[in-house]
Ligand binder design. Structure first.
Ligand SMILES: C[S@@+](CC[C@H](N)C(=O)[O-])C[C@H]1O[C@@H](n2cnc3c(N)ncnc32)[C@H](O)[C@@H]1O
Length: 228
């Protein structure tokens, strides 16, 4: 399947008030079909009976990270994600490290100046980042205190980052969150559309990719971030 030609359309008659659902959304089946046609990897993604995308990626034992950055994406990760999201126009690499933008172009956000991000910012606040402009966020936070020691950062409060994204992303935007934990999020902000287990090789950690889709619902009152 060729990448469809799509335009992002939504109306915003008052700040923060969204009406029409985005017209660009590919179905999850379309995404899986595109993945199978273009990624070059075996089919391992399905639609579960609850309507979610589920599956497993076996990444193999090639664990060289081209950039040599600690915790960098495994070699084929971005190619696989790209095949799942052919319709996305503006990607934000959050916790970007030294992500390989030749594989997946996009703007970068990191709190470590040594990584020379486009936006030197804290993911909990994203004050300098035009979050509204992006239709895809690829997030790869440190997973543990031990990881944070490597980056000399404090442990990420996942719910706060999801909240910062949920406040400002357009309906229909996706967040692809790679982690060992399912981050807390507001159901009024996001629908968890998919879970893909990621296996590397022996003695490497299992990870899970959670695919969130930004919802149309407005925030009303104080709704706490929920555990799903
Ligand atoms: C797992 S690494 C990302 C690696 C990246 N996927 C790659 O391929 O190079 C996590 C990154 O999150 C950054 N980071 C940690 N806490 C952060 C925060 N609060 N805001 C923004 N970036 C943060 C670290 O500096 C580190 O570069």
């Amino acid at each position: 399947m060729d990448a469809p030609s799509l335009t992002l359309e939504y109306t915003d008659s008052a700040p923060g008030v969204f009406h029409a659902a985005p017209s660009c959304a590919l179905s999850l089946s379309d995404r899986i079909a595109n993945y199978q046609a273009h990624s070059g990897f075996p089919g391992s993604l399905f639609i579960g009976e609850d309507g979610r995308m589920v599956g497993t990626w076996v990444m193999g034992n090639d664990y060289r990270v081209k950039s040599t950055y600690y915790g960098g994406y495994p070699p084929t990760y971005l190619r696989r994600i790209k095949a799942l999201f052919p319709d996305k126009i503006q990607c934000l690499h959050l916790f970007s490290g030294r992500v390989d933008r030749s594989v997946f172009p996009g703007a970068t956000v990191d709190s470590n100046p040594a990584t020379q991000p486009d936006y030197l910012d804290d993911a909990h606040r994203l004050e300098n980042v035009p979050v509204e402009d992006f239709d895809l966020v690829l997030a790869d936070p440190p997973y543990s205190v031990e990881d944070c020691d490597h980056y000399q950062c404090t442990m990420v409060k996942r719910n706060v980052v999801m909240d910062a994204l949920g406040k400002r992303l357009k309906p229909g935007a996706h967040v692809v969150w790679l982690d060992q934990v399912l981050p807390m999020y507001r159901k009024t902000d996001f629908r968890a559309e998919g879970y893909i287990g990621m296996v590397k090789s022996t003695n490497h950690r299992f990870r899970v990719i959670t695919i969130f889709c930004k919802q149309n619902q407005l925030r009303t009152g104080k709704t706490a971030a929920i555990k799903n």
